[in-house]
Design a protein around this ligand. Sequence first.
Ligand code: CO
Length: 220
Amino acid sequence: MCSLDGLFANNRAWANQRVSEDPEYFTRLATLQAPKYLWIGCSDSRVPANEILGLAPGEVFVHRNVANLVVHSDLNCLSVLQYAVDVLKVEHVMVVGHYGCGGVQAVVERRLVGLVDNWLRHVADVAFKHMSRLDRHGDPVELGRRLVELNVVEQVSNVCRTTILRDAWKRGDKVEVHGLVYGLDDGLLRPLGISVDGRGQWEERHEASIQTLASMNENG
Ligand code: CO
């Protein structure tokens, strides 16, 4: 008897279901993955990449960490990005934040959680950079939503500034970087008006999307 027995039973039922629908399902997947998308999202259990996108195994390459951060010295995230862009030749890199993100909210509320506070310093840096755009005395939930959006825009820029994307664009690879936010309460993905498809463009897109976000939020 194992405490994971329920999960093994689920897994067997899932595998049997796949094979009954398509006998070649696993033999085909075992020999090849050719995803078009890389998803960089939050570790939050309520934000599963494949399910939200309606994509099957093999269709999206995934990296997740607390608060969907792309840190220039994070070898884990950079390795995923490099493999996805250089080897798998994905066409789209999506940085996906989500409203109600516990990591972002901890920063907003200056709540200390432990070791992860060091990781969340990167979110605090985003808040500091955009201090003039954030109403620190307003509703903390609204403040959290704004910081989730700004954090995505900053992480998109971080992706664009890596040697990985700069080299890919120099080679003429067709790869776009997008910023999106997911709503836990409605299951919907929203584009943040930042999609970058070439070298040297990200600065303008970055500035434009910050302006767009500001006017979007002013107009409710
Ligand atoms: Co989160």
